[in-house]
Design a protein. Structure first.
Lengths: 632, 651
C-alpha cells in the first residue's frame, strides 16, 4: 500500500503542471470560440441540423435523401400528420374562441347585509296642500266626467265659487287643457287620426285624448279601451305639467316620518333616525329608505321574522288626491344599497289592516365580463350618461337613455326622471307640443328604435332579492283595542277607520345562506396550451424548442447565404490575385473559423484535449494550419 | 448463520452491480446528459457553436422549464374547481310535508288559570302608562298558590317608563321614580319618537350583582308590552309539563275543518301532531311517520292539499299575538320545521293558493367546498330529531352554550339531555344570562357560526302565494252553515268567515330542477394537461422527468459525495502521515495543490484523462495515430492515475 501511495504522490509537480496546462488550453479554447459562429457551407449546415434536430418526421424527410421511396413515404406521412394536427388545432381554437364558461354555484353563509328597504306612502302630496294648484284641473276633470259619463264628482265644494272667479283670471291652464281634450269617439271616426295604441277592445267606443304637433298638422289619438285608464293617464299628464310649473315642488311635501311610520324595529332593536333617508316621488309620494347609508349597515344575525325589519305604517287615505291615487296602502321595495328605488319596477303593495310578512332570498349573479359575456363592470363603457347619482344598473341606464333622448328630441326633460345638465322639465306653457313628442318617443322607445335596450348592458354583478309574502290579519280582534289605543296615545293617531288605517310589514331573510351564481372560464389559456401541446406531441413529438431549432436553421441559412454572396462578390472584385485560399483574412467572422471548416465534428468532447501541436504536426496538410496558429 | 446473509449480498453485488454515475465530474455529467437526453433544448446547448448561440439556447431551455412549472402549477391550483349541471326532470314528485300552526299557540280560555296574574299586570301597565282600560274587565280573581309566587317576579322585572333620556324611570307598581343605572341596550341617541322621551321598557339585572343591569327600551309601546309579556309568558310556560301543554293547545279537530288531497278526502289521521314551544300544537300533513310519503300525479291546485282551517279568533291571547291567521311551512319529511323563523302566514277570510316549485341541490364536499354531508363531522350535538341543517346546528349550539353558562335551557329550543327549561323560580338569573348570551351569539362571539357548516345537499320549495276573497258573498251563507254543521256539537255558534282560512298547497308543475356540482377536472384530464405542457415546451415525458431526477439529483449528489469522501480520506491519510513523522517535502506540494482552486476542482485528473484516453481513437481524422505520441504523453497520465484508482478500490 505504501508503494502505491508513493507512486501516487510522487508526480505531484507534474500533475500540477498538467493541470495548469489543461486550464490554459481550455481558456484558449474559449477564446477561440467566437461570439457567433457560422457554418461554411449549406452542406455543413444541413448535416449539423440533421444530426442534431429533435423534430421527428422531418429528419426522415430531409435527412434520408438516399432512398427515394422512403422519402416519398415520409413526405406523405409528414403532410398527413401535419394536416391532422392543424385540423385538431382548428377545433381547439374554435372551442377557445367561443369562450365557454362553467357555471358555479356557491352557497355563502357569511353575515347577510340587510338590503335597503324603501317604503312609500302612495300619495304624492297631501291633497289639502296641493289643492290650490290642482283645483282648476279638478274642475275641468269634473266637467269632463260629467260630460262623458254623466258622473257628478263630489269634490269638496268649499271654495268652488272663488275657484270660478280665479278661472277667469288665469285662462292659461284651461287653454292648455283644452288643447288635449279627453274625448270619446266611435272607432270608425278615427279613420283620419292614426292610432298610437293597439286596439284591444271589442267595444265600439274608445276614449282617449288628442296630441298634436306644434303646428297642429300631425295629430294622433292616445286611445284607451277603459275610461278609468284614460282619465287617469290624462289627469296625470296634466298633473305633471302643473308640477313642472311649480318652481319649488319640494317645498310642498313635508316629510313627516312620525306620521307615516309608527313603529320601526330591526333585529329586535328600535330603529334610528339615522337609519333612513327620505326622497319624494311625484307619483308614489314620500318615500323612506331604510338602511341606505353605507356607513353603518344592518346585518341580520339569523334568518327569521324576529331578526328582520318590522314596521307599523299608517295607510289612512283621507288626504289623498282622488284622481291620482287609486290604490290604498303603502308600497315597499327591497333593493340594494346605492341603487335607486324604482318603485314601479320592483314594488310590493302592502294592504291596510294586514300584517304582510315578506321573506327574502338573496341571490347574486356574477358574470364574467370581457369577451365571455356582454356585460359591464361599472357602466363606464356604456355610451349613456348616468343621470342618477347611484351606481350603474340596467334600469338606471335605460331611464337615463330615455331622458337624454327626450331632451334631444323634445327640448325638455320628462318630470319623473332626473334633470340632465342645462335642461328643464317639460311643461306645455313653454313646450306646447311636448306631449305629442313624448308619446311618439315612448312608442319608439318601446319598439327599441332608440336603441336604449341595446345600448344598456347588464351589469356583471347583480344582486336579486326574491320575495314571497304571507298575510295575516292585524291587529286581531281581541288585541285591537289596546293596540289602537297605544298607537293613538303615542303617535297622536286619530282612529277614524280603525283597521284600514294601519298596516304592518315584516321583511326578513328566509335563509341563512345566499346563493351566488358565478361563472368561470371553462377553457383557459393554460388548458388551450396543454391541448395544443398534447396534439403536437401526439403527431410530431416536437416542442416549442424544436420550432426554435427550425427558426435557427432558417436564420443560419439566410446568414450563410449573405456570407457566401458577400464572399463571392469579393472574390469577383479581387479577381487578379486568384489564390487558392482566397478568403479568410479579410473576413473577421471567418478568421477564426476558417481552418477548422473541414471538420464537422469538431465540437465533440475530444476536441478539448486532442488538439495538441505534436499531433497536428503529423497531419499531411498541417503546414498551412501551423502557420495560421502561429500567426494568431 | 452468517453465511447465507453474506452469500445473498455477494450474489446481489454480482448480479446487480452498482456503478457510479456516467461521468466523473458534474460538468462531464451535464455534457453527457445533454447529448443523450430526449428532452429538447439541452442537446443544442452542448452542440451549438458560438457563445451567443449557446447562451440563447440556455435561455430558451430555462424559460421552457419555467413555463412548464408555471403552467403546471396553474393547472394544479385549478384542479379543485367544480362545474354545475342543471337537470330538469319531469316525474311524479313526492309531496313535501306541510306543517300548519295556528298563530295563537294555546286557547286563551284554557290558559286563564296560568296567565290571569300576568294579564292583570299587563292591564295595569296599560292603564298606568296609557290610561287604557278595558270596559268589560273580565279578569278572574282565581289567585291560587302558583300565581302568588309568580307575582314576585313581575315585581322584580316590571315595565318601566323612562324619562329624561333613560336617567330616571317610573315603576309600574310603586309609581315611584327611581334612578336607572346600567348599560343601555337597543337604545340610540335619537330614536324615532325621541321628542316624547317617554319610552317604555324593562330592566334586567344580574341577580348576584344588582348594579350590573341591561336596559331594554322600545320606541313603540306596542312592542314594549308584547316583549315584556312574552318574557313572563315563557317563564310560566316553562313550568307546565308537555302533556298539559298539548291539551291546552288546539286539537286536530279544532284546527282542521275540511281536507282534500289529490282529489280525495283526507282527515286528521293524515296529520301528525308536532308540539312547538312557541306555536303550540302544529299539524304536519304527510310527515312520513307511518312510512308512506304521498305523491301527486298531476300539478295544479286541484291535485294538491286543500284545507279549511278554523282559526278561533275570539280565543286568541290579546297580548302575546296581535295578528290573526295560521302559519304554514313546506319542508322535507326529514327536516325540522322552523316555523317561527320562516313560516308563511295565512290570512283569515281569504283563500290562499300556494304554488310550489321544487329544486334539489347538491354540492361537492370537502376539497371543493366546505360543507358537510350528514353533519356527523361537526362537534355540535344535534338536539333535534331531524336531519342536519345549518339552522339546526346553530340552534343546538346556542342551546348548549345556554345550558353551560346559565344552567338551564331556553324555552324555544329542544331540551338537551339532563337539562331543564329555564324559569325564574329555579334560575332567577336566567333572563339576564340569556340576553347577554344572545348578544354574544349575534356578535358571533360564541363560535357557533364558525363551527356550523352548510349541508351539502338540500331541497327547496319555492313558494308563490296568491290570495283571493273567500268565501264569496254569494256562497258565504250556505258554506258557513254547512261548515258549522260539520263542526257539529263542538261549537254551538254559527261560524264567522273571519274564523276561517282556506289554504291550497300544490305543485305548479311536476318539474324537478336538480342542480348538482360536478368536478370540472378529473385526474385523467389533469395528467393529460400535464403531458401537454411538458410536450409543448420541451417534448418531455414522464421518462424524461425520471431521467432528470436521476441525473440531476442522484448522480450529481453521488459525484459530490464521492469527491467529499475522497477529500476526507486524503485529509485523514495526510494526518496519519504527519503524525508518523514523514518528511515535510511530501507535504509541500500538497499544500500547493490545495491552494490552487482549479486543481481542487480537478481533484481526479487521472480519472478524467482515463476517460479521454480512448476517445482520440474514435476520432475520424487521425489515420495513423503515431505510437510514440501516445506513449509519450498519455502513458504518463495513465500510470499516474492508476494507483489512485487502486487506492479507491482497496478501501
Amino acid at each position: 500500500q505504501g508503494g502505491s501511495v508513493k507512486t501516487g504522490k510522487m508526480p505531484e509537480g507534474e500533475k500540477m503542471r498538467q493541470c495548469k496546462q489543461e486550464e490554459q488550453q481550455q481558456q484558449k479554447e474559449e477564446e477561440r470560440e467566437g461570439l457567433i459562429e457560422f457554418y461554411g457551407s449549406y452542406q455543413e449546415l444541413f448535416q449539423f441540423f440533421c444530426s442534431n434536430t429533435t423534430i421527428h418526421g422531418a429528419i426522415r424527410l430531409v435527412c434520408s435523401k438516399k432512398n427515394k421511396m422512403k422519402t416519398a413515404f415520409w413526405s406523405v406521412l409528414f403532410f398527413l400528420t401535419f394536416g391532422l394536427m392543424y385540423w385538431q388545432f382548428g377545433i381547439l381554437y374554435r372551442e377557445y374562441f367561443s369562450y365557454p364558461v362553467n357555471l358555479n354555484l356557491n352557497l355563502n353563509s357569511d353575515r347577510l347585509t340587510f338590503p335597503a328597504v324603501t317604503l312609500c306612502t302612495l300619495n304624492p302630496y297631501r291633497y289639502s296642500a296641493i289643492r290650490k294648484k290642482l283645483d282648476e284641473l279638478d274642475q275641468i276633470t269634473h266637467q269632463t266626467l260629467l260630460d262623458l259619463y254623466d258622473y257628478n264628482m263630489s269634490l269638496a265644494r268649499s271654495d268652488w265659487a272663488s275657484l270660478s272667479a280665479r278661472k277667469r283670471s288665469s285662462r292659461s291652464l284651461l287653454h292648455h287643457v283644452q288643447r288635449h281634450p279627453l274625448r270619446r269617439q266611435k272607432r270608425d271616426n278615427f279613420v283620419n287620426l292614426p292610432e298610437n295604441s293597439p286596439s284591444v277592445d271589442k267595444n265600439d267606443w274608445k276614449i282617449g285624448f288628442v296630441l298634436c304637433s306644434e303646428n297642429n298638422k300631425h295629430c294622433f289619438h292616445q286611445a284607451y279601451s277603459s275610461g278609468v285608464d284614460a282619465v287617469r293617464e290624462w289627469y296625470s299628464f296634466h298633473y305633471i305639467n302643473i308640477l313642472a310649473q311649480v318652481p319649488d315642488a319640494k317645498a310642498l311635501d313635508e316629510s313627516d316620518f312620525e306620521n307615516f311610520i309608527y313603529s320601526c324595529r330591526f333585529n329586535e332593536a328600535t330603529c334610528d333616525k339615522a337609519n333612513y333617508t327620505h326622497f319624494h316621488h311625484p307619483l308614489y309620494g314620500n318615500c323612506y329608505t331604510f338602511n341606505d347609508n353605507s356607513s353603518s349597515l344592518w346585518t341580520s344575525s339569523l334568518p327569521g321574522i324576529n331578526n328582520g325589519l318590522s314596521l307599523v305604517v299608517r295607510t289612512e287615505q283621507n288626504d289623498f288626491i282622488p284622481l291620482l291615487s287609486t290604490v290604498t296602502g303603502a308600497r315597499v321595495m327591497v333593493h340594494d344599497q346605492n341603487e335607486p328605488a324604482f318603485m314601479d319596477d320592483g314594488g310590493f303593495n302592502v294592504r291596510p289592516g294586514i300584517e304582510t310578512s315578506i321573506s327574502m332570498r338573496k341571490e347574486m349573479t356574477v358574470r364574467l365580463g370581457g369577451s365571455y359575456s356582454d356585460c359591464t363592470e361599472d357602466g363606464s363603457d356604456v355610451p349613456v350618461q348616468n343621470l342618477y347619482s347611484s351606481r350603474y344598473t340596467e334600469q338606471v341606464c335605460i331611464r337615463s337613455c330615455f331622458q337624454l333622448n327626450m331632451v334631444e328630441r323634445c327640448g325638455c326633460a320628462y318630470y319623473f326622471y332626473p334633470l340632465p345638465a342645462g335642461a328643464e322639465y317639460c311643461d306645455y306653457t313653454k313646450h306646447i307640443a311636448w306631449g305629442y313628442c313624448y308619446y311618439k318617443l315612448l312608442a319608439e322607445f318601446k319598439a327599441d328604435v332608440l336603441g336604449c335596450f341595446h345600448k344598456c348592458r347588464k351589469p356583471c354583478k347583480m344582486t336579486e332579492y326574491q320575495l314571497s309574502a304571507g298575510y295575516s290579519r292585524w291587529p286581531s280582534a281581541v288585541s285591537e283595542d289596546w293596540v289602537f289605543y297605544i298607537l293613538s296615545q303615542q303617535n297622536k293617531y286619530n282612529i277614524t277607520s280603525k283597521r284600514n288605517g294601519v298596516a304592518k310589514v315584516n321583511i326578513f331573510f328566509e335563509e341563512w345562506n345566499y346563493k351566488t351564481n358565478g361563472e368561470s372560464p371553462a377553457f383557459t389559456v393554460v388548458t388551450l396550451l396543454s391541448q395544443l401541446g398534447n396534439q403536437w406531441s401526439l403527431w410530431f413529438g416536437s416542442s416549442v424548442l424544436s420550432v426554435m431549432e427550425l427558426a435557427e436553421l432558417i436564420l443560419d441559412f439566410i446568414a450563410i447565404t449573405f456570407i457566401l454572396a458577400f464572399r463571392w462578390f469579393r472574390s469577383r472584385q479581387q479577381l487578379p490575385p486568384p489564390g487558392p485560399p482566397p478568403n479568410s483574412h479579410a473576413n473577421t467572422a471567418f478568421q477564426d473559423e476558417a481552418p477548422s471548416l473541414g471538420t464537422p465534428h469538431r465540437f465533440t468532447v475530444e476536441a478539448v484535449v486532442t488538439t495538441l501541436p505534436s499531433y497536428n504536426s503529423l497531419e499531411p496538410r498541417g503546414q498551412s494550419r501551423d502557420g495560421e496558429v502561429g500567426h494568431e | 448463520a452468517m453465511a447465507p446473509g453474506k452469500k445473498i449480498t455477494a450474489r446481489i453485488k454480482r448480479t446487480l452491480p452498482v456503478k457510479g454515475p456516467q461521468a466523473p465530474t458534474l460538468s462531464e455529467l451535464m455534457r453527457w446528459y445533454c447529448l443523450n437526453t430526449n428532452t429538447h433544448g439541452c442537446r443544442r446547448i452542448v452542440v451549438s457553436r458560438g457563445r451567443l448561440r449557446r447562451f440563447i439556447w440556455i435561455l430558451l431551455t430555462l424559460s421552457a422549464v419555467g413555463l412548464i412549472l408555471w403552467q403546471c402549477a396553474e393547472l394544479l391550483l385549478n384542479y379543485y374547481s367544480a362545474s354545475v349541471s342543471v337537470t330538469v326532470q319531469f316525474q311524479k314528485l313526492p309531496f313535501p310535508a306541510v306543517t300548519i300552526c295556528n298563530i295563537n299557540p294555546y286557547k286563551y280560555s284554557s290558559m286563564k288559570d296560568y296567565l290571569s296574574e300576568l294579564d292583570k299586570e299587563t292591564k295595569k301597565a296599560l292603564e298606568t302608562f296609557y290610561g287604557f282600560s278595558e270596559g268589560k274587565s273580565k279578569v278572574r280573581r282565581s289567585v291560587n298558590e302558583w300565581n302568588s309566587t309568580g307575582n314576585d317576579f313581575f315585581k322584580q322585572i316590571p315595565l318601566l317608563k323612562f324619562e329624561d333620556f333613560s336617567k330616571t324611570a317610573t315603576d309600574l307598581h310603586s309609581g315611584q321614580k327611581r334612578k336607572i343605572e346600567g348599560s343601555v341596550f337597543h337604545k340610540d341617541s335619537s330614536i324615532v319618537n325621541s321628542g316624547d322621551s317617554n319610552d317604555i321598557g324593562f330592566q334586567l339585572c344580574d341577580a348576584n350583582n344588582s348594579s350590573d343591569c341591561a336596559l331594554y327600551t322600545f320606541s313603540s309601546g306596542v312592542n314594549a308590552i308584547q316583549e315584556w309579556y312574552k318574557l313572563h309568558y315563557m317563564n310560566i310556560m316553562a313550568q307546565i309539563p308537555l302533556e298539559t301543554k298539548e291539551k291546552l293547545s288546539y286539537s286536530a279537530d279544532d284546527l282542521l275543518l275540511t281536507c282534500f288531497f289529490d282529489g280525495l278526502s283526507c282527515d286528521k289521521r293524515h296529520f301528525t301532531r308536532f308540539h312547538h314551544p312557541l306555536h303550540g300544537n302544529c299539524y304536519t300533513f304527510n310527515s312520513g311517520e307511518n312510512g308512506t310519503i304521498l305523491s301527486t300525479s298531476t300539478g295544479g291546485s286541484e291535485y294538491g292539499l286543500q284545507v279549511v282551517l278554523y282559526i278561533d279568533e275570539a280565543d286568541y291571547n290579546p297580548f302575546l299575538v296581535t295578528s290573526t291567521g295560521a302559519k304554514i311551512i313546506v319542508h322535507d319529511q326529514n327536516e325540522y320545521p322552523f316555523i317561527e323563523d320562516i313560516g308563511t302566514e295565512i290570512e283569515t277570510a281569504v283563500a290562499t293558493s300556494i304554488g310550489m316549485h321544487f329544486t334539489r341541490s347538491r354540492k361537492l364536499s370537502k376539497p371543493y367546498s366546505d360543507c358537510t354531508e350528514t353533519g356527523a363531522d361537526i362537534p355540535v350535538e344535534n338536539l333535534y330529531n331531524k336531519s342536519y341543517s345549518l339552522q339546526i346546528c346553530l340552534h343546538s349550539c346556542f342551546q348548549k352554550a345556554m345550558v353551560d353558562s346559565c344552567g338551564c335551557a331556553q324555552y324555544a329550543q329542544p331540551l338537551p339531555a339532563g337539562a331543564e327549561y329555564c324559569n325564574y323560580k329555579k334560575n332567577p338569573n336566567w333572563m339576564y344570562c340569556y340576553y347577554r348570551l344572545h348578544e354574544k351569539f349575534v356578535k358571533e362571539q360564541l363560535g357557533c357560526q364558525q363551527i356550523c357548516k352548510d349541508a351539502c345537499s338540500f331541497k327547496e320549495w319555492a313558494l308563490t302565494t296568491s290570495i283571493a276573497q273567500w268565501p264569496s258573498t254569494a256562497s258565504e251563507d250556505w258554506m258557513l252553515r254547512v261548515l258549522s254543521w260539520d263542526k257539529g256539537q263542538k261549537i254551538n255558534k254559527k261560524l264567522n268567515k273571519t274564523d276561517l282560512a282556506n289554504l291550497m298547497v300544490f305543485y305548479k308543475d311536476l318539474n324537478e330542477r336538480f342542480i348538482s356540482e360536478n368536478p370540472a377536472n378529473t385526474l385523467v384530464i389533469l395528467l393529460s394537461n400535464f403531458g401537454g405542457q411538458l410536450g409543448l415546451w420541451m417534448s418531455c415525458s414522464v421518462v424524461c422527468v425520471i431521467e432528470i431526477v436521476e441525473v440531476f439529483f442522484i448522480d450529481s449528489l453521488s459525484i459530490v459525495m464521492r469527491r467529499q469522501w475522497q477529500k476526507a480520506k486524503k485529509w485523514w491519510n495526510d494526518r496519519k502521515r504527519d503524525r508518523s513523522g514523514k518528511g515535510p517535502q511530501a507535504g509541500d506540494p500538497e499544500r500547493q495543490g490545495h491552494d490552487n482552486p482549479v486543481c481542487i476542482d480537478e481533484d481526479l485528473p487521472t480519472f478524467n484523462t482515463a476517460l479521454r484516453l480512448p476517445l482520440p481513437q474514435d476520432n475520424p481524422l487521425p489515420r495513423t495515430p503515431p505510437p510514440n505520441y501516445s506513449t509519450l504523453r498519455l502513458e504518463t497520465a495513465f500510470t499516474e492515475q492508476l494507483p489512485d484508482t487502486l487506492e479507491v478500490g482497496q478501501h
